[in-house]
Ligand binder design. Structure first.
Ligand SMILES: N[C@@H](CCC(=O)N[C@@H](CS)C(=O)NCC(=O)O)C(=O)O
Length: 215
């Protein structure tokens, strides 16, 4: 059977991973289309028609063919239409959104820029690199404090807030961040990793296009 969703993404991209992980945790099969950023496929007119921002990921819902973009928004869309990991009520859904907004404000840019520099994709002056690293470290420390005495970021179960932030933090070590020094973050990560359907980045999205990548 043709799966409902088609994910256009790249395996080593954190926001792509977060959406792939959500689909796996929801046990939702999806077709996977590899977008080769190195070849500039994300800037090709056909792709830009699906994603005006020219970035991965893009999720197509074949119910009506609409393209959904921006990983945090995609996670919330999936939570809504699949009825999973959205939060128990309107307040919890708002809280999950707050964490996702915070993630793309304070956490993800600092972690990804530090990672991009280490991998040689981005070049920054010493001071700028230092600023991204310090701000990323402060965001992780804040998260560790917020998780003290809590199992999940929102309410008493896993939500898209946990999945979205996990997708970013799973790549933190490549940026030079040491989460082993953050006991509450570490425990929270282990709880996510223990969920049925969980897949680590290397097992979640393939390096090439694949039909029905998840079952
Ligand atoms: N906020 C966006 C970030 C997407 C993003 O920056 N993706 C990167 C890969 S990790 C990308 O496509 N970069 C290509 C570019 O910026 O040209 C999301 O969450 O979807």
């Amino acid at each position: 059977m043709t799966p409902r969703f088609e994910l256009h993404a790249m395996a080593r991209s954190g926001p792509s991973y977060a959406v792939g992980l959500m689909l796996m945790l929801c046990r939702e099969p999806f077709d996977y289309r590899h977008v080769d950023l190195y070849k500039g496929e994300h800037r090709a007119p056909a792709y830009m028609e699906k994603n005006r921002f020219g970035v991965v990921p893009t999720l197509i819902d074949r119910t009506d063919g609409h393209s959904y973009v921006q990983s945090a928004s995609i996670l919330q869309y999936l939570a809504e239409v699949l009825g999973k990991f959205g939060g128990g009520d309107a307040k919890q859904r708002a809280e999950a959104r707050e964490w996702l907004f915070w993630c793309w404000d304070r956490l993800a840019p600092n972690l990804y820029r530090s990672r991009g520099m280490r991998l040689g994709f981005r070049q920054f002056s010493f001071d700028t690199a230092h600023m991204y690293f310090n701000e990323g470290s402060s965001a992780l420390k804040f998260l560790d404090e917020q998780l003290a005495g809590r199992e999940w970021l929102v309410g008493s179960g896993m939500t898209v807030a946990d999945i979205g932030l996990y997708g970013v933090i799973a790549f933190a070590s490549i940026g030079g961040f040491d989460v082993s020094q953050l006991p509450n973050v570490l425990g929270w990560m282990k709880r996510i990793e223990a969920q049925p359907g969980f897949a680590a980045p290397q097992n979640c999205l393939p390096g090439e296009s694949k039909l029905v990548a998840a079952a």
